[in-house]
Unconditional design. Structure first.
Lengths: 410, 410
C-alpha cells in the first residue's frame, strides 16, 4: 500500500500540471478504450455476478450487473465530464495597497482515495471526476465487483499510457482483504483526501479509522414538514415524490412532520396515498389518534434511514417543535417545509441544520445533476470543505498565488 | 465536558439566528466590559505570571504577560472585528430550468473548539471571531494563563448577558487537566470543528486524537528560492526580511535554496547579511564549498522549523530540483521564488505544493491582515475547507437554501 501511495503521489505531480484540453482528450481516450473492451468488461462482470449470486441479495445483484446499456451510460458519462469546464485555475484575485497581487486559485488535492461498494460504474465515474479535477486516485471497490473493476481500470490505464500520462494516476486495490482499506486510511503524506461512497456502516468505518481527512457522504434521514398554512395538494405531491420516487436513495424522505392544525385533514389523505404506493406508515401517538389503522412508531424509528417503503409520522404543535425535532434527529442532509408563509419559510431555512433546506419542493433534488453541476462524486453531510452535492470544484482545494516586485514586510 | 458541549450546542442554536448588527453590538459590549475590568484582568494575569515564573522560560513569560497596552490592543481588535462585514448570508445563487431557486449561503458551523497556548489575548481574539461568525465557542487555553483567561471570559459572558444572549456562547475549560482536552476532542455531535493554535506538538496531539473535524494551523517550514536570473539585491532583501523580520513566526523562512549558477555571487553576500543579523547559517555540501566558514547542515535540518535565527542553505542545479526539494520537505505553508522569468515563476507557482506560493515577495505576507481579511483565526496548512490565512469566511460552512412552487423530481 505504501508503494501504491508513493506512486500515486508521484503521478499526481505530473497530472496536476496537465492542461484542461489534455485532460479532456484523456477522458475521451478512456471512453474509446472502454468501448473497445466492452466484451472483456462484460465477461469479467459475468464472473463477478456468478460468484456473488450465492452471497448477496437480488437487489444487490442488480446493482452489480453490467450490460451493454450500462456500459453505454458509462461512456456517455465520460463524454459529459469531458465537456464540463475545468474546475482548476484562478477564480478570485485582488491587489493590496503595497502592490502585491493575490490570486485565489483552485488546484487539485493531489491524491484522493475513493472507497465504495458494489456498483462497478462508480469505478469509471470516480476516476473520471478525479482525473478531470487533476487528482490521482486510489480506488477501493467492493469485493463482489473486483473483476469488473479491474477490467475497467485496465481500460483507464491503457488510455493514460496512450496519452503518455503516468498509469499510476489511477490505481485499484485488487484484493478483497479489509486490511488494505485500513492501510489506505493510514496513508498520511501520500493520500490527501478519502471519500467513502456507500452504506452508513462503510462511512462510519472510514470516518472512525482514517488518519487522512475524510469527507463523509450520503447518510440521509430527511424530513417533509407540512406547516399549518400549507397548500395540502402541493404537500401531498411533494411527500409522495420525496418518499416513493426512489426510496432507496439518501435524498428520499424518511419522516413526515405535520402541524396539528392540519393533521386532521392532511394525514388521512397522506395515509391513503402512501399505502396505495405500498408505503408502511409508522405514527407517533398523536398521529395514531388520527390514523388508528397505521402502525406505531418507536423513538428509534425517527432516527432511522429506512431507504425503503416505510415512513415515520409525527404531529407537532409548532414550527419550533418541527425545527427542534429535525435538528435532533436528522443527518444534516435535506429537509423541506411546505408552507405559504414567507416568515415560516425563512425561519425554517435559517434554523434547520442541514446541507440543503427546501421550501415547497421535494428533497429528491439534492443531487449534483439537479443542481446543475453536471456531475457528482457524492453528497457531503459534513460541514468541512463541501456540503451537499459535490461537483468538480469540491475535488479541488484553494492555493494562493501571490506576485510582487520585491515587497518585504515592515 | 458533555454538559459543556450540550450547553454550547443549545447556545449556538440561538446565536446562529442573531443579526449582524446585534453581533456587532455584542462585540462592542465585550470591549466595554474589558475596559471596565482592566484592573481585575491585570491582577489575574499578575498571579498567572508569578506562578509561571519558576516553570517557563522568559520568552514565554513575555507572551503570557498582559499590560495596559496589550489590553488596549485587545479592545482595538474587538472594535475592528465589529467593523468587518458579516461573513454569513447568501453569496451565490441561480435558477434551474424547472424554476427551483438555489441559493448558496454561508452559515456558522455551530460550535467551534479552540485549543491554544499561553497568550491570553488569543482568548478574546478567538471568541470575537467565533461570535462574529455566529459560532458558539469552547476555549481551552494554556494552563499558565488560566486566571487571565478566566478573567477575560468573565467579561465576555457578562457582555453576552447584558445583550440578552446565552452566556454559554463562550465557555472556558477551567482546569489544567489534559483529560479535558481529550474530552473536547471527542465531542462529536456537539462540537462541529476544532482549531488548534500553537506549537507543532499541540497540533499533532489534536490531529491524532480528535473525533471532531480539525483544521490544522501553523507549522511553517518555508523556503526562499533564488533562481538563476534573480535580481540579487531583491533576493537579498526578501531573504533577510523572510528570515529575520520576525523569526519566531510560522511564515518566517527556514531555508534558502540557490541555483548553482548564482550561488558563487549570491551566497557570500547572503552569508554576510545573515551573520550580521545574528543568523546561524547551516549549509549543504555544495554551499559549504562556497561558504567554508558556515556550519554544516544535516538532512534533519532541512525538515526543521527553527522559529529562530538559524537557516539551512542548499545549492540546487535546476528549478525542478528546487521544486522537488520543497515538495518533499515543506509543511505546505509559504514558499517564494525570486526570479525575472515569467516561465520560472509560473512553473514554480504551479508545481510547488503550498497554501501560498510567492514570486518576488517575502513569505512573511501570509497573514490574514496582510491579505486584507481584517482578522485571522490562524493559517491552515491542511487542504480541506481552508488553506492559508483563515478569516471570518473560513469560520462558516456552506448551506443550500432552495425554494420552489411544488417541484417534484421525475
Amino acid at each position: 500500500m505504501n508503494e501504491m501511495g508513493r506512486r500515486a503521489k508521484l503521478a499526481s505531480e505530473t497530472l496536476k500540471c496537465v492542461s484542461g484540453e489534455e485532460k479532456n482528450a484523456l477522458l475521451l481516450e478512456i471512453k474509446k478504450e472502454i468501448e473497445k473492451s466492452r466484451d472483456m468488461i462484460l465477461s469479467a462482470n459475468a464472473s463477478d455476478v456468478e460468484a456473488a449470486k450465492e452471497v448477496i441479495k437480488p437487489s444487490m445483484i442488480d446493482r452489480l450487473t453490467l450490460n451493454v446499456k450500462r456500459i453505454d451510460a458509462i461512456c456517455a458519462s465520460l463524454e459529459k465530464v469531458a465537456s464540463l469546464p475545468d474546475p482548476t485555475g484562478v477564480f478570485d484575485g485582488w491587489v493590496r495597497p503595497n502592490g502585491l497581487v493575490i490570486k485565489r486559485t483552485r488546484v487539485p488535492f493531489g491524491v484522493i482515495g475513493i472507497i465504495y461498494e458494489s456498483r462497478p460504474n462508480v469505478t469509471a465515474d470516480s476516476a473520471s471526476l478525479c482525473l478531470k479535477s487533476g487528482n490521482a486516485v486510489i480506488l477501493r471497490g467492493g469485493k463482489e465487483a473486483l473483476a469488473s473493476n479491474a477490467a475497467i481500470v485496465r481500460c483507464i490505464r491503457a488510455a493514460l499510457k496512450a496519452r503518455s500520462l503516468p498509469e499510476d494516476c489511477v490505481q485499484l486495490i485488487e484484493s478483497a482483504d479489509r486490511e488494505y482499506t485500513r492501510c489506505l486510511l493510514s496513508l498520511r503524506g501520500y493520500c490527501d483526501l478519502i471519500i467513502p461512497r456507500g452504506s452508513a456502516s462503510l462511512i462510519n468505518f472510514v470516518r472512525d479509522n482514517s488518519e487522512v481527512p475524510v469527507i463523509e457522504t450520503g447518510a440521509g434521514n430527511c424530513h417533509v414538514y407540512v406547516h399549518e398554512d400549507a397548500d395540502e395538494d402541493m404537500a401531498l405531491r411533494i411527500l409522495i415524490n420525496a418518499k416513493t420516487q426512489r426510496p432507496s436513495v439518501c435524498n428520499a424522505a424518511e419522516n413526515l412532520l405535520v402541524h396539528e392544525s392540519v393533521a386532521g385533514s392532511f394525514l388521512p389523505k397522506a395515509f391513503q396515498a402512501l399505502t396505495e404506493r405500498g408505503v408502511e406508515v409508522r405514527c407517533d401517538e398523536k398521529a395514531l389518534a388520527i390514523l388508528p389503522e397505521a402502525k406505531s412508531a418507536t423513538e428509534e424509528d425517527f432516527f432511522t434511514e429506512y431507504d425503503d417503503l416505510i415512513i415515520s409520522v409525527k404531529v407537532v404543535s409548532s414550527l419550533e417543535e418541527a425545527i427542534s425535532h429535525i435538528n435532533s434527529h436528522n443527518t444534516k442532509h435535506s429537509e423541506t417545509i411546505v408552507t405559504r408563509s414567507i416568515a415560516a419559510s425563512e425561519r425554517f431555512s435559517l434554523a434547520v441544520d442541514a446541507a440543503c433546506v427546501y421550501t415547497n419542493a421535494s428533497t429528491r433534488f439534492t443531487d449534483g445533476e439537479e443542481f446543475g453541476f453536471g456531475a457528482e462524486i457524492g453528497i457531503s453531510t459534513g460541514k468541512l470543505h463541501a456540503r451537499g452535492p459535490m461537483g468538480l470544484a469540491e475535488l479541488t482545494c484553494v492555493k494562493y498565488v501571490i506576485s510582487g516586485d520585491g515587497q518585504c514586510r515592515s
